[in-house]
Design a binder for this molecule. Structure first.
Ligand code: AKG
Ligand code: FE2
Length: 435
């Protein structure tokens, strides 16, 4: 890490000395009052909170932001009643499905298989010393219903309708933000076996997600259905796509997240990787001995406003939950790092390139999702897939045009281009295997 920090510090002093030398003679003849003003501090980084309408209005303005250049929290994306209804119905429909939970105890993680209903019991019993976290993919997938129906003969048409309603409600809350400005979600045209799916996130008190940035470099979304979650984000330098500084500081490694269908009859396809996130083993949330955290129960006993103030403080100050020592020298709270407390019904937009991590001050249930629909999303996601293919022969002009920005993805048929993409992936595998 010192490799990265050192040149910055050195160059600061070098510039200062050169500046001194250049101004030495002028300084002798000018009065001291004409010293240049000190450089203004970098702007404080905040997660803005706004309604869906405010977000849409902002994008409607001429030159309205195309890039999601920082996380944004959308207020009241779903009503509390809707969130409660979804949690209740979800438990009824998928409560008996098996999932894998991580038990986080003494800085170690253990994996257990249990049902969704059992995971919610464990979530309620969690404590900061012994907590559970689960990232459950596929629970909201319509195809799961087919499985449930075959396993449980009495699975009713009503359950099928309820699951598809839940899915639709969550999709609508997300799509309402983008529909007017962006194309439909190109991920919908990904082959079923590699299409990213919505993910139910179960977090017991004290649990943390990993510190990571998402695969495929999509626009991420997370809607909280129950409880509150604390998020911290690391801004890529200058708001850009150069993530190498953080990648190095965090010692992140690639985590291949999606392989081609493992049910494939074709061994070659099984080994195809189409996406990989970036994960770090460091944490932004190590409990500190300096300030004692409230338990979830204690939080519940506080007056509503006091609890909110306390959570804001825990999220934005480092004395309760401290970033790993290896990260601290680089972190300036408010400049490199921003944080937000997410409540039930609030939808968070997570830009690509931003490392993020969550902490659960109380039990929570959320749904993580993703989107690829803007003129910026599409080239980023497609080039992510291509970057992982070892042998690419030649790209069709449409793909070249999307990637180099000469063709606006709005003018293309998503299905045709996505089919082309996966044709290239297939050819790459064949080339590799024939060598
Ligand atoms: O909900 C969480 O705890 C983490 C989810 C996440 O990383 C995401 O939505 O990208
Ligand atoms: Fe994530």
């Amino acid at each position: 890490m010192s490799k990265i920090i050192a040149p910055v510090i050195v160059s600061f002093f070098v510039v200062a000395r050169v500046g001194d030398a250049l101004s030495a003679s002028a300084a002798s003849s000018k009065s001291q009052q004409q010293q240049p003003p000190p450089p203004s501090p970098p702007p404080i980084l905040l997660v803005e909170r706004m309604t869906a309408k405010e977000y849409q209005d902002r994008r409607r303005q001429p030159g309205g932001p195309l890039a999601l250049d920082r996380p944004i929290l959308i207020l009241n994306a779903l009503s509390i009643e809707t969130c409660e209804g979804i949690c209740h119905e979800l438990l009824q429909i998928v409560g008996e499905e098996m999932i894998t939970v991580q038990r986080q105890k003494n800085n170690e993680t253990f994996l257990y298989d249990c049902t969704v209903a059992q995971s919610l019991d464990l979530m309620m019993q969690s404590s900061p010393d012994d907590s559970i976290f689960a990232f459950c993919e596929g629970l909201l997938d319509a195809s799961l219903l087919e499985v449930i129906k075959t396993n449980k003969k009495n699975a009713s048409a009503a359950a099928a309708a309820a699951l598809s309603n839940i899915s639709q409600t969550l999709t609508d809350a997300k799509e309402a933000l983008f529909r007017e400005h962006d194309t439909e979600d190109w991920l919908n045209y990904f082959p079923r076996s590699v299409k990213p799916s919505d993910c139910v996130v179960v977090a017991g008190e004290g649990a943390t997600s990993t510190l990571h940035r998402d695969p495929l470099e999509w626009t991420g979304t997370s809607i909280c259905l129950e409880g509150r979650k604390i998020w911290r984000f690391l801004a890529p330098p200058n708001g850009g796509s150069d993530t190498s500084q953080w990648d190095n500081i965090l010692q992140s490694y690639r985590l291949e997240s999606t392989a081609w269908s493992t049910e494939s009859e074709n061994k070659e396809e099984e080994d195809t990787i189409i996406s990989a996130g970036w994960q770090s083993d460091l944490s932004l949330f190590s409990p500190s001995s300096d300030a004692k955290l409230h338990t979830a129960m204690g939080l519940n006993d506080l007056l509503e406003q006091d609890a909110e103030d306390y959570l804001e403080k825990v999220a934005s100050a480092t004395e309760y939950l401290t970033p790993h020592k290896g990260i601290q020298p680089r972190i300036v709270m408010g400049v490199d790092v921003c944080s937000v407390v997410q409540h039930a019904g609030e939808l968070l937009l997570i830009p690509p390139y931003w490392y993020h991590q969550t902490y659960a001050p109380e039990p929570s249930l959320a749904v993580a999702s993703q989107r690829c629909g803007s003129a910026l999303d599409v080239p980023r996601v497609l080039s992510h897939v291509l970057s992982l293919q070892p042998d690419i022969d030649e790209l069709p002009v449409e793909l070249i045009g999307v990637l180099d920005g000469t063709i606006d993805s709005k003018n293309l048929d998503p299905k045709t281009v996505v089919d082309m993409l996966f044709q290239i992936v297939k050819q790459s595998v064949e080339i590799t295997w024939s060598k």
